[in-house]
Design a protein around this ligand. Sequence first.
Ligand code: GCW
Length: 712
Amino acid sequence: MNRIILMLFAMLIGTNGYAENGYDLWLRYKPVYDTNKTNIYRSVIKQIYVAGESKTIAAATMELQIGIKGLLSRSLKSVRHINTDGTLLLGTPITSATIAKLRLAELSRVGNEGYLIKSIRINGKSCLVIAANTDIGVLYGSYRLLSLIQTGQSIQNISIVDHPKIQLRVLNHWDNLNGTIERGYAGYSLWDWQRLPGYLDPRYTDYARANASIGINGTVINNVNASARSLTKDYLIKAAALAQVFRPYGIKIYLTARFSAPIEIGGLKTADPLDPEVIKWWKRKADEIYSYIPDFGGFLVKANSEGQPGPQDYKRSHAEGANMMADALAPHNGVVMWRAFVYENIKGEDRAKQAYQEFKKFDGAFKSNVFIQPKNGPIDFQPREPFHPLFGAMSKTQLMLEFQITQEYLGFATHLVYLAPLFKETLSADTYSKGKGSTIAKIVEGKLEEHQRSGIAGVANIGSDINWTGHPFAQSNWYAFGRMAWNPDLSPAVIADDWLKMTFTNDSSFVAPVKEYMLASREHAVNYMMPLGLNHIMNLGTHYGPGPWDKITGWNAHDYHLADDEGIGVDRTDKGSDAVSQYFPEVRAQYNDINKIPPELLLWFHHVPWKYKMASDRNLWEELVYRYYSGVSAVEKMQDKWDRLEHKIDPVRFEQVKQLLAEQQREAAWWRDGSVLYFQTYAKMPLPAGYKAPLRTLEHYKQIKMPDRINK
Ligand code: GCW
C-alpha cells in the first residue's frame, strides 16, 4: 500500500516537479543546480547566431534552444550579427562568411562529420563557435556543447576538436513487419507500418535526436531474419517516409535483403546469384529503392545461416552472393553488409570454427562496397567470448564488427548489466595480425589495413516501452554503443560518468557508487551465469535462465560444456578441435597453454580436471562455486547500495531500478543454484565450507519455466 501511495505521489510531483519516465533518455536538460555554474554558462551563451538554412541546421538550433532553456532557464535570442559578448555562432565556412574569415585550420582535420567548438574573439566580442565542414558536423558539435553543460564541465576558453573514427555507425533493428522484435525486450517495434507513410509518429524524431546525439548515422530498420515484403513498393514508400524524418539528423536507412526475394516477390524461378535474370532483378530493385530513398545506405544480409536462404542453395559462394548485390548497389554508392554469423544446425565441426572456415578463403574476393560483418565472438553474443578469429585474418576485406546491445544472453531488460566493458574488451583485443598492437579497434577503423570504408553495428535494444529500452539502465548500453562507435578509445568509465550525469544527476554521491557498480556489472553477470569461459548453457528455448542440462535436437547445452566425471570445458587446443589455430601465433600460444590462458577463458579452450589447481589456489570445482556465489552476492551488495541512494534521484526511476534489482537477485540465485547443483553431479565434491547450500533440489531448478512474455 505504502509503495502505491509513494508511486502516485511521485507521479504527481517527482523530484523536479513531475514524474520522470525515462522517455527523455540522456537529453533531459534539467536545470543546472549549481548557481555559480549557471551564471558562468549564461555569460558564455547569451544569444545565438546561426548560419545556414538546412533542416539539419534547424534541428541543431532547435536542440540548442530546448537544451539551453532547460539547463539555464534562458530563451536564446537569435541574432544576425555579433553585437555582444556571449554569442554562440554556428555554421560552416560555406554557410557563414564570418566562419570562413576565421580560417580555422582545425577544420582540415575533422572530415565530413567532425566539428570544433572554440572560444574566439570576433570583432572584439567573445564568442563560442561551433564550426564544421558540413551541417551534420555542426549538429554533432551542438550536442557536444549541450553535453558539456549537462555534465557540469567548463565552456570558457575551450577548444575541442573531434571527429568519428569509424565511418558507418549503425543500429541493427531485428524488427518484424508484424510489430514484434526478435530478441527485443522493450515492447514492440517503433515502426508503425500500418500508419506509415501518412502518419509520422513524433517518436521517430526523438529516436533520430537520441541517435544523432551520440553519433549514430545509420539504421537497419528490419530483422536479419528478413521478410522479402520489406522490399516491395508499399514498404519502400513507408521506409522512405522514415528516411525523410531521419535525414536531417544524419541517419541513413538500410534494409535487410532476403536472398530469395527474387522468387518471393519477383516471380522468378531462382535466386541464383549468377543467373542473368536474378542479377537484373536486384539491379532494378536497387534502382527502385534509390528512386524513393536517394541516400539509401544499402543491404544487410544473413545468408545460409539458421535456415535463411543464400547463395549456397545454388552451390554458389558467399562472395558470389555478396558481390552480385554489391554490383546492384554500387552505382548508387550503397554497401552490402554480409554477416559472418553462419553455422550448421546439424552437429559436426566445432561451431566456434565455422565462420572462419567459410569466410577466410574469400579474403580479397569481395567487391569494394562489401563489408563482412562478424559478431564480436565466434559463437553467439555470449556473456564472454574470445574475440572472433576473423579479425586480423581477412586483411583484404572490410570487416564490420557486430555487437549485441539487446541483452539476449545477459538478462534481457531485467538485469542491470552495463555492456561498455564487454565492447571495450573486444575493441582492445590484440589480434597480433600485424604484430603487437593490431587491435580490433584499429582493424574496424580501417586503419590497420588502410581500407577505404569502416563500420560497426549494434543490435538495438529499443522498443515501444515508454523509456525505450525497458530497464532504465539499458539506455546506457545504447548510449555506450554510440559513443564507442564514434571513438573506440573512450573508456567505459568516462561513458558511464557522462551517461549517469545526463540521465540522473550530477550529484557525485550518486554517480560515484553507481558508476562503480555499472563497471563491474558485466563481470558479475558472467560470474552468476557462465563463469570461467563457460558459454551457451542458458535455457535453449527461451535463452533465459540456466539450462546446462538442456537437450534439443542438434546442438545441445552439453556440447558447449562437456562436463564429465573427469572435468569440464571444451578442448579447443591443438589436441582438441584446434580452434586455437585460427588465431595468430602469439594469441594461439596463450590460448593453447593451460598455464597461460586467463581464467576468464579457461573452459572455452580447455577441458580441465575438477581438481585442477587454479592460480587462486582453489581447485577448479571450488573456483567455479566461488565465482557463482560471488556473482550473486555482488548483486545483493548493489541492492543495499541502491537503497541508500533513495532520495538522490526521482522516486519513480528509483523504485523501478529497486524492483528490477530484486528480480535480478532472484534470477542470479536461480542461475547459481541450478548450475552449481548440476555441475556437482559431475564434480562429485561437496560445496566448499562457508557456502549456503541451494534451498531446492536440482530437479526443482530444471522444472522452472520462464513465464511467458512477448517477443521472446
Ligand atoms: O543469437 C542468435 C539469436 C537469433 C538471431 C541470430 C542471428 C536474428 O538467438 O534470434 O536471429 O542469433 O544473429 O542471426
